[in-house]
Design a protein around this ligand. Sequence first.
Ligand code: FAD
Length: 409
Amino acid sequence: MSSAVVVVGAGLAGLSAVRALRALGHEGPVVLVGDERHAPYDRPPLSKEFLAGALPRQGLSLAAPGDEALDVEVRTGDAAVALDPRTCRVRLASGDQVGGAGVVLACGARARSLPGLPGVPVAARAAEPATGPPAGVHTLRSLDDALTLRDELRPGARLVVVGAGFIGAEVASTARGLGVEVTVVEAAPVPLAAVLGERFGAVCARRHADHGVRLIAGVGVAELLAEQGRVRAVRLVDGRQLEAQVVLVAVGSAPAVGWLDGSGLDVEGGVLTDAAGATGVPGVVATGDCTRRFAPTAGGVVRQEHWTNALHHPHQAVAALLGRPAPPVPGPAAVPYFWSDQYGARLQFAGHRRPGDLERVVEGDPGSGPFVAEYHRDGVLVAVLAVDSPRLFTRRRRDLAATPARQEG
Ligand code: FAD
């Protein structure tokens, strides 16, 4: 049997890794393994235009001109279930074994459920079957998740979104646009404060109210109430009860690394790698949302669950696997970057903010529309946030990339 490089995870990082293998001259067999039944597709539209019904299924495809020359064996609908680090072989749920020449772990992340109740967002009442969450309760990570959620977002339906992070806020915005009655519940007093800081988190919070979405912050969820197997309400820890026909649990994601337990890799909170993506096990590298990567300039490990990272970083990881010099990350992409579309506005953020950084609005007015804000530490620009101000944002993002000591974090 031939020795192939196996890429586990047929998402953006996995496909980017396959492209990098060929671009960096790997001529042997490549196997791309994905547990979903779909060919690689793009996730950001799942909470935005695809959920709104404004983007057809084909619009999600990650296929690009030239991919037909990749000569890759794609095995969708089959999960990797074990890795043998000595032989660099991966066992699949089908029983097949693949790999041998190297392994790229690009298995991404899964949506979290509410803490303490694995697989079940919160307990249905004792009278309800204990087999899983009641109907109407969703998480959003995959195309299949988006399809089932989309079916339920009918005008007039009552949706409770648990978690006002980026995905929760985007779904609230999309659902509102579809005529759904939306309430967002957030345990933290100010949504997104951990990422943007309290001042700009509060700006995002106000946007919910401005668009007819009720935000209840600083209160956790105690229980989901169900009737005949279907959710009917959400009870908050302060006793309030919110009627709901649909609930989205949007409380973050966790690396999809359970299958690597016992492999000898450090997978606590993500596959631990060096800056390039090497895991410490020869022949095994990791990239994308499944990783916890050492960033020398940050003096520690970081998790980046951003599209741009999943696009560019696989080239570094594959270079490490093949023992080639890592190609430079293109310009601004050297800095962590993400965007979010909410209520018709595009939010963009680059860099890495820490509590205590000095915040300064340098253009526009956060109270009334587009703006750009900078974050400074010790007099140095470390991050930039913009709402509907792509030009200045792009300039500042380039400035950040040109400041080597601030490139990672
Ligand atoms: P994934 O996209 O998670 O792909 C990993 C794949 O591996 C999945 O198909 C998974 O099922 C599969 N897999 C897992 N375990 C196994 C296994 N054992 N065997 C085989 N296959 C396996 N980022 C932004 O910057 N801006 C945005 O606006 C934005 N919006 C988003 C909206 C949504 C709804 C979601 C879910 C994410 C969004 N992101 C956004 C994040 C971005 O999509 C991710 O950072 C990116 O998809 C990560 O790519 P990945 O390939 O590392 O992981």
